[in-house]
Design a protein around this ligand. Sequence first.
Ligand SMILES: [Mn+2]
Length: 408
Amino acid sequence: MARERAQLSEISPLSNVESEPESFRREPKEPRENQDSVRRAHEIIELLDQRRGERHIVAIQNFPDPDAIASGLAHQMLAAHFDITVDIVYDGFISHQENLALVQLLQIELLHYDPKLDLGQYQASIFVDNQGTTTGLTGKLKEAGVQPLVIVDHHERQGLIEAPFTDLRKVGATATIYTEYLRYSPYSLEKNNQQHIRLATALMHAIRSETGGMIRAREADFKAAGYLTGFVDHSLLSEILNVKRSKRVIDVIKIALENRIVRDNYSIAGVGFVRYEDRDAIPQAADFLLTEENIHTAIVYGIIIKEGEREVIIGSLRTSKVTLNPDSFLKTALGKDNSGHFYGGGKYEAGGFEIPIGFLSGSLEEEFMRSKWKIYDAMVKRKLLEKIGVETIQAANRTANLQEWADE
Ligand SMILES: [Mn+2]
């Protein structure tokens, strides 16, 4: 309330009675955001034009989601206008049924990273829907001497890598940004082109899935979806959306439901050990917990085991609470490791974390695994609950302050 009052006085008409009315000053030519979008579209086109004939690699996150896949495809098709060959590569798994359906139905070619792949053949690397922190390719590309050329993302700035063209925007999906590149460049979509229809369908699916079916969409996302709608193959889109959850995902959701604890509208669940291939069940379980009445934030985590590799705790946060910033919530709740990297981070309404298990890794002996889970479960839960406690107290104080203010 105090803030509202301050803002009202700032725009009080008394201070500028002489100036023109609002409607005259704001000419309807091109809104500022649009000018920026047009400028960015031209910049990336110019950059690609300078790199004609090259071979580039698009690095997407280890567990590619529709946004990463669609944005990778958009980049590939945009670059093709300049005879740039683009491989879209990921170093993990596509484990979500819906994503498998997306790739298969839309005939998208993704390369699963193989150590035999010669990274030296690429003249540049492109990071879409990530900034190098969620793909295992960053280090490998650096070792191979491949320089980042483009970073396009909608997550908070990570600062791990830099590229001559970097476009980080607070929008619902990276697909929204790529839709703008298409729309505001000379390479916009055409209705009778099958490839364009597939791309538009992938981008639409990405925007929808990143915004909870447009519920969390912002203006830019709606505009992008509005543009795409004329090109989308709606029957294909509903085929992708109607894919069912796998048995393993259902199992993890079941464990999450049984184990969840609810505090102050937060739902927290540790789900124990999860196979590497089923990692994507964790965010899906968090999505599911969020559907419970009165829950505004859900956090689900488990230990991922991958044969012969280090074990890590992977967690997902989903929130519908507008005042909760997942990035700062997880950063303050879980802190940093010895080398100063935060264990967690996020974007608007979603976040994740990764905590290496280190010394206790390895043994698959049952009793040992059970004790290990107990320790980590207790640690993570305690840190999250402490943070929620602080949040709750702060919220209570804010209400109290407002109350005082109102009482004055
Ligand atoms: Mn995304």
